[in-house]
Design a protein around this ligand. Structure first.
Ligand code: ZN
Ligand code: ZN
Length: 179
């Protein structure tokens, strides 16, 4: 249901005098439309967007998506909140040529086959873009002990950090690289 509501009928703009229209949506935090990789929403997703017609078959959509995510820290895996305030902007070309909804063409256009613009992909992209490539609970997160798994932010575990189980040596290398 939310999915259908997240489609903008571009034909609506044809009848508007100023050829610009504003849309706003609130998507419940529990939804199956937008996916947070490894995490979830802890607040509803608020979307505001303006669509304007530039020329025949060509539109500009600009908007803001606001929400809060719960994500695991990349080092210690504890769940933390990420405030999202992400702007998005796309040029849209209505075309009957072969299309790929997920990608912009070389001129930066997002092509759609009919005058119905699905917001789902745009919002998904904006949410993913808002997640930093390295998300940490705190700047100096100490991570987990690769020997016993203790969260080192809560205190030392007593393991000898140089005496690593050979089976975990690969993991140690991985963690060292991430630090
Ligand atoms: Zn952490
Ligand atoms: Zn340990």
């Amino acid at each position: 249901m939310v999915n259908n509501l997240l489609t903008i009928n571009l034909l609506e703009l044809e009848t508007e005098k100023n050829l610009m229209k504003e849309y706003s949506y609130t998507i419940p935090k529990k939804n199956s439309v937008i996916i947070v990789p490894n995490g979830g929403f802890i607040e509803p997703i608020k979307v505001s967007a303006t669509v304007s017609k530039k020329q025949e078959q060509t539109y500009l959509i600009e908007g803001l998506v606001e929400t809060q995510l719960k994500l695991p820290c990349d080092r210690c895996l504890s769940l933390n909140t990420l405030e999202v305030k992400e702007l998005f902007k796309k040029q849209v070309l209505v075309t009957n040529q072969e299309i790929d909804l997920k990608e912009e063409d070389s001129e930066g256009f997002y092509r759609i086959p009919i005058g119905r613009l699905p917001l789902k992909e745009l919002l998904q992209e904006a949410i993913e873009f808002s997640i930093p490539s390295k998300f940490l609970c705190q700047k100096n997160c100490l991570g987990l002990c690769y020997n016993c798994g203790t969260n080192l932010n809560d205190g030392q575990c007593g393991c000898d950090k140089n005496d690593v189980d050979p089976r975990l040596a690969v993991l140690k290398k991985y963690y060292d690289k991430k630090k």
